[in-house]
Ligand binder design. Sequence first.
Ligand code: 8X3
Length: 252
Amino acid sequence: AVRPEALRAVVTGASSGIGRATVVLLRSIGWDVYAVARRADRLAELAEETGAVPVVADLTDDTAVAAAVEKITAEGPVHALVNNAGGALGVDRVAEADVERWQRMYDTNVLGTLRVTKALLPALRASGRGDVVVLTSTAGHDTYPGGAGYVAAKHAERIIANTLRLELVGEPVRVIEIAPGMVHTEEFSLNRYDGDAEAASRVYAGVAEPLLAEDVADAIVWTLTRPHHVNVDSLIIRPRAQASNTVVAREP
Ligand code: 8X3
């Protein structure tokens, strides 16, 4: 049910990880939330659990994005867009890069964010208190061997956020970059390593306490709930055990 007085957010990549945790947290503080993802079964479960409105859409599909945005904006104003969908595919070194995988990373992370942001901007502007959150990564700030495909995509997303902030200056829309380091989610590393659970678990092996999706959701919601004249441009958030993308404390 849409309540005219509520703040309303759109969260992409809502079926798991940081996106899902953000939906749960926003609902818990009374926001109306449109949860966007491809997997209808997972969204239905999330909707049941939280009362979020499920929106099934593939963000690499222009027509699907347009249809989703049309449905959402027809129901009322939109105050926040959390661009969370995306992820890493592989750890190819440049010399062995799988071009098709790099293209998919670019399409989901960079162009996915562009498609949804562009489509929702009129509604965010019209709301009089809009927010565009872009989930980049510490990979948007630094690089590491085997990371170039994902790192390039995350740098590109960061540049879109930084540029959009310049372009919107003076308007009632904030642009917020959230750049998490090591976050132990259900699927990030599993997707990156093509379903290889052992390779995925090695990412977090011996790390005392990686971040959890809830830690990042907490940071996102903190930025969204600052008074609207306060723009948190960029927030880097890592577990204490991670000092950089390559310097990580691991117990033997
Ligand atoms: C994930 C950070 O360093 O594992 O966004 O690529 S990293």
